[in-house]
Design a protein around this ligand. Structure first.
Ligand code: AMP
Length: 127
């Protein structure tokens, strides 16, 4: 198990395959630390995923094991993408699903960036 309690990193997860260029994506931005691409099933007019290039499953895993440069590079990439897409003024939402309760489908750390319309309440259902 990783520090996050998730299973070890799966090298065959779909985002690992996108990073290795085995599967195509619609890229928005790429640098040494991160890749951003359009979600295949967008849930808002703008729905972009930003992923670190390193093999991390979760935020706990990333914050524990990544170097300061990787962390800074990933965070900067998220901000760069938001600026590039013109979302600073109208606003946008960042969301990261982690593990089962978080509804994470792809076990490679990623941030969803949503925008292009008013996004409503953060979590509509109260448990
Ligand atoms: P999550 O539930 O946070 O793990 O989100 C995974 C996201 O990855 C979902 O929004 C999917 O639509 C998206 N996704 C899955 N496969 C691909 C792909 N090949 N290219 C782009 N987005 C994908």
């Amino acid at each position: 198990m990783t520090v996050s309690g998730l299973p070890p990193y799966d090298d065959n997860n779909i985002f690992a395959r996108i990073l290795r260029k085995e599967i195509p994506c619609k890229p928005v931005y790429e640098d040494e630390w991160a890749l951003a691409f359009h979600d295949i099933a967008p849930q808002a007019p703008v729905h972009v995923l930003v992923i670190p290039k390193g093999k991390y499953c979760s935020f706990a895993d990333f914050s524990d094991a990544a170097s300061a440069e990787e962390i800074a590079g990933f965070v900067r990439a998220v901000g760069t993408v938001a600026r590039m897409l013109g979302l600073e003024a109208p606003g946008y939402r960042l969301l990261a699903n982690m593990g089962n309760d978080g509804g994470q489908e792809v076990p490679h750390l990623h941030v969803h960036l949503f925008g292009g319309r008013s996004l409503g309440r953060m979590i509509p259902d109260r448990a």
